[in-house]
Write a protein that binds this ligand. Structure first.
Ligand code: TRP
Length: 345
């Protein structure tokens, strides 16, 4: 990954915030699209906060039925890939009241027209009709701004679909600072350079809801089965041509990512071996690459207490940061009434 100069020059002066909604197990598309970069940045010494956005799934009733199970799965995937509770603050935003309180002044800085224009909100409205979109869904970009701004994150690695949210976070930071005085830094997006991986159906991006994903935690046999059933095409010679041969090229790319090689070299090597040889190579490469992570995940899964303690420690640190920020916000707004009023000195 090519890092901007200042990230490379002074990584320890930067604070990174990233996060995921707890919707179930993560898959290898998440891994190559974002997790791998996060772990690299963490290991380069950035102060890293990783958010489990549990309030953000409240609008989906199927998922919110088992939030704690999904949070546990997400924790396990994080620990398995190398996000370390010693180096990173992993926290759930529902456990950080002061973070959520920021939403109140932030909402006052945003117009309903701006929310209407937000692409995510727009999609939801288009899909469900305005009357069916909950207030939480409608204001979710503002919530996300609180996630980012509460800790003064200056680096936010995201996919391009999240850019409008980041822009709104910057706008809110600017408006708050202009109205009440400098409190917030404007966060910057770090776009992931990895192309989006298609799923095994070769028709759309890898996603749990489309049933075309290979989970990080899949067994070697499950992986073999999923790859065997992946869509390819009738042409025997394997080439890397994502535009015209999405199925074949997805498997070639996965093999290349797992073996740190160029996809064209991988394709050339398989050559006239056809889809069967490609699938064998992809299965072997995926299973080999993820084996240590899958092993670690199983070890962590056997130690629930460690999981709970790691999350509790992350929540505690996030609470300290959020309380300090809310204190500054209340100071700036002139709503700090005494040392102990509201629990924030
Ligand atoms: N909306 C993000 C997603 O669906 C998750 C998220 C919530 C997030 N708050 C965030 C990502 C803050 C980055 C920063 O993936």
């Amino acid at each position: 990954m090519v890092l901007p100069d200042d990230v490379r020059a002074a990584p320890t002066e930067l604070r990174m915030l990233t996060g995921d909604r707890p919707t179930g197990k993560l898959h290898i598309g998440h891994y190559f699209g974002s997790l791998r970069n996060r772990v690299r940045l963490q290991n380069q010494g950035l102060d890293t906060l990783v958010l489990i956005a549990d309030y953000q799934v409240l609008t989906d009733r199927d998922i919110s039925a088992d939030i704690s199970g999904h949070v546990e799965d997400l924790m396990l995937d994080y620990l398995a890939v190398g996000i370390s509770p010693q180096r990173s603050t992993i926290f759930a935003h529902s456990a950080v009241p002061a973070l959520n309180q920021l939403i109140v002044p932030f909402l006052s800085l945003v117009s309903t027209a701006e929310l209407d224009r937000n692409p995510t909100v727009k999609e939801e409205v288009a899909a469900a009709g305005r009357g069916a979109v909950s207030g939480l869904m409608y204001t979710y970009p503002v919530h996300q701004a609180a996630d980012i701004l509460f800790c003064h994150a200056n680096v936010v690695p995201v996919g391009s679909d999240q850019l409008p949210h980041l822009e709104l976070s910057r706008t809110i930071a600017r408006r708050f600072n202009a109205r009440y005085g400098e409190v917030f830094v404007e966060p910057r997006a770090l776009l992931s350079p990895v192309p989006r991986l298609l799923g095994t159906d070769a028709a759309s991006k890898m996603s749990k809801s489309r049933g075309n994903a290979i989970d990080l935690s899949a067994t070697a046999d499950e992986t073999a089965r999923l790859v065997r059933s992946a869509t390819t095409d009738a042409e025997r010679r394997i080439t890397y041509d994502p535009e015209h041969r999405p199925g074949v090229s997805t498997l070639v790319l996965l093999t290349a990512l797992c073996t740190a090689r160029d996809p064209h070299d991988v394709a050339a090597e398989i050559g006239d071996g056809g889809a069967a040889a490609l699938k064998r190579a992809a299965t072997e490469a995926i299973n080999e690459y993820f084996a240590p992570m899958r092993r670690r995940r199983a070890e962590f899964a056997a130690d629930r207490r460690y999981l709970r303690e790691a999350l509790a420690a992350g929540n505690e640190r996030a609470n300290r940061i959020a309380a300090a920020t809310l204190g500054r916000v209340r100071e700036a707004m002139g709503t700090r009434y005494g040392p102990n009023v509201g629990g924030v000195a």
